[in-house]
Design a protein around this ligand. Structure first.
Ligand SMILES: Nc1nc2c(ncn2[C@@H]2O[C@H](COP(=O)(O)OP(=O)(O)OP(=O)(O)O)[C@@H](O)[C@H]2O)c(=O)[nH]1
Ligand SMILES: [Mg+2]
Length: 584
């Protein structure tokens, strides 16, 4: 299936054509039929000669109903532009064409109808001239028809078939953004919304998010073209029966989206085609999808601006939308969304810098560029912006980093570790979280990923991998020299104090594996335990504390905790009579 929207001046015969092609009535309201005028969107469908199904979104031509027209064409990438042979090009022919152009619609057929009332050739030539100046270009097919006599309808069906065949294939894997064009209640079923599904898939039972509300809703049932279906892929007209949503909680302009796949934002930076942004009114209406959202314009460059929206909408980088000046009935320009998570502009000169940055952007998703600008961002967050980061390797978890920024961070980490070590000579290892704060990073995992040899992470701290500070090292070396001469003559409190080694300093030396702590205030060389066991094994077994003390040439102050230490390790064992053994 594919979907085409009508466009054209009031009374030029759009609805008559849709009726003639489909046999269905697009004017749904009694008032429309009474006034002979379309007011709101109409929906109809038919099968073309090729066998493909085309659904029409029939729009009103009257200038008062342009917002309804925009809600209809917003989500639809193909148009059937209708011009009456007897009236030719008229104001809403132009306004509708400007809207299609602003939305970058590139697929259309021109239908010059009411050709039973006048020669269609002048109107055709005139319309093709106007079309050639837009995104539609000069390759648009033109067909002359009469809705009254049926002349030319077969040619129109064939032209529609060609139009449908030329449309880009839908992306079924894309996230869903279903712009609601109608919502109503069905007795016994609850709330139903309809829309044009442009990409992705819908299935009964699936969850969607009502954008901007934070609410998740489940699809109770689905219909397409009036028939129930269990699943439907784009492109399609769909009616979605929703569980857990009141009728008045959803309406035209709302969007149902795949959860977590769109940024829902009230602040966007855009490029504006057409009028220079300086000439835009301060207050405009942004039309995107089926939504019409009042927006305040802040010009940034000559053709770029920041829009502050009256309510948040789900957007991706590259989305097309249009601005309308409701007071003047004009479409001043189409916009391309450049940034859906723009930086705040607080500092002096920030706006000018931003304008320069925006001048480089074109709305094409560019993961490397986003990384350069954002420096650090989650892959998921980029995907929400509509910027797939396929192939960009993560630095930690799903964090992506600009390579230059990452290298700079790594260098800063190195110097911060050094600085910390100087400030904390006794305990030079930096807690990871302290480093996270110093570097202003949002996640510990990033800090850990930045650590590279000779730095190490252990027990939540980053080790410098460097020796102890000079002064401390000298003092510890003196203790080690003493111990090499008398391995079990642990330095006493006086000796340690004389060397300036308090409990913290001793702790640092123990941590650096320069000393072994046997008990509080008792330190030996790291290999002292093994050496003691070797010596004690040579004694007749079992042996007394006093015998051990003598063979190790030490005092009770050391021998008692050393034997306890060896006992805890299972290297020696104390017998019931108080003696010790190294044996079993
Ligand atoms: N003679 C003749 N009359 C036509 C033809 N097409 C439409 N009409 C008449 O023109 C009038 C308007 O037709 P609609 O189809 O309602 O026009 P529309 O473009 O849908 O109008 P809006 O939806 O209000 O913009 C009706 O009275 C139709 O009967 C045609 O090909 N020939
Ligand atoms: Mg109509």
């Amino acid at each position: 299936m594919w979907v085409v929207a009508t466009a054209g001046h009031v009374d030029h015969g759009k609805s008559t054509l849709v009726r003639a092609l489909t046999g269905m009535e697009p004017d749904r309201w009694a008032e429309e039929r009474r006034r002979g005028m379309t007011i709101d969107l109409g929906f109809a469908w038919t099968t073309l000669p090729s066998g493909s199904t085309v659904a029409f979104v029939d729009v009103p031509g009257h200038e008062r109903f342009v917002p309804n027209m925009l809600a209809g064409v917003g989500p639809v990438p193909a148009a059937m532009l209708v011009v009456a042979a007897d009236e030719g090009w008229m104001p809403q022919s132009a306004e509708h064409l400007a809207a299609l152009d602003a939305l970058d619609v590139r697929h259309a057929v021109l239908v010059v109808t009411r050709s039973d009332l006048a020669d269609p050739r002048p109107a055709t030539a005139q319309a093709l001239d106007r079309l050639a100046t837009t995104a539609l270009g000069s390759a648009v097919e033109a067909v002359a028809v009469s809705g009254a006599t049926g002349a030319g309808l077969d040619e129109l069906r064939a032209a529609l078939d060609r139009l449908g065949a030329a449309l880009p294939p839908p992306d079924h894997d894309a996230p869903v953004r279903l712009w609601v064009d109608r919502s109503f209640t069905v007795r016994g079923s609850g709330t139903v919304v309809t829309g044009t599904l442009g990409a992705g898939r819908l299935a009964a039972g699936a969850e969607l998010e009502l954008a901007g509300s934070g609410r998740t809703v489940r699809i109770r049932a689905l219909q397409s073209l009036g028939a129930p279906v269990s699943a439907v892929g784009a492109v399609a007209r769909v009616a979605v029966n929703l569980r857990g949503l009141d009728r008045d909680a959803v309406g035209r302009g709302d969007a149902l989206v795949t959860p977590g796949r769109f940024v829902v934002t009230g602040l966007v930076d855009v490029r504006v085609d057409g009028d220079p942004v300086a000439e835009l009114p301060a207050e405009v209406v942004l039309h995107v999808g089926s939504a019409a959202v009042p927006a305040r314009v802040r010009p940034l460059g000559t053709d770029t601006a920041r829009l502050r929206l009256a309510r948040p909408v789900p957007l991706h980088v590259g989305d097309r939308a249009l601005l309308r000046d409701p007071g003047r009935h004009r479409v001043p320009g189409g916009v391309t969304v450049l940034d859906v998570v723009p930086p705040e502009l607080r500092r002096r000169g920030a706006a000018a810098a931003r304008a320069a940055e925006l001048s480089e952007l074109d709305g094409r998703p560019d993961a490397a560029g986003e990384l350069r600008r954002r420096r650090l961002v989650r892959a998921l967050e980029l995907a929400r912006m509509g910027v797939p980061a396929d192939g960009v390797p993560a630095v930690a978890g799903d964090w992506l980093a600009d390579p230059e920024h990452w290298a700079a961070l790594r260098a800063r980490l190195g110097s911060e570790v050094d600085r910390y070590a100087v400030a904390h000579p006794v305990d030079p290892d930096v807690p990871v979280d302290a480093m996270r704060q110093r570097l202003g990073l949002p996640d510990r995992a990033l800090v850990e990923a930045l650590v590279a040899p000779p730095l190490t992470v252990r027990d939540g701290r980053i080790g410098s991998g460097r020796a102890l500070p000079e002064r401390l090292r000298t003092a510890v070396d003196a203790v080690r020299a003493d111990l090499r001469r008398e391995p079990f003559a642990a330095p006493d409190a006086r000796r340690l104090a004389e060397l300036g080694l308090g409990p913290k300093e001793v702790g640092a030396a123990v941590k650096a594996r320069l000393l072994l702590r046997v008990a509080d205030g008792v330190v030996l060389l790291p290999d002292a335990a093994d050496a003691a066991v070797r010596t004690l094994r040579a004694l007749p077994q079992p042996f007394t504390l006093s015998e051990a003390r003598q063979v190790l040439r030490t005092t009770r102050r050391v021998a008692v905790p050393l034997l306890e230490f060896l006992g805890r390790r299972g290297a020696t064992r104390q017998l019931a009579d108080g003696r010790h053994t190294t044996g079993p």
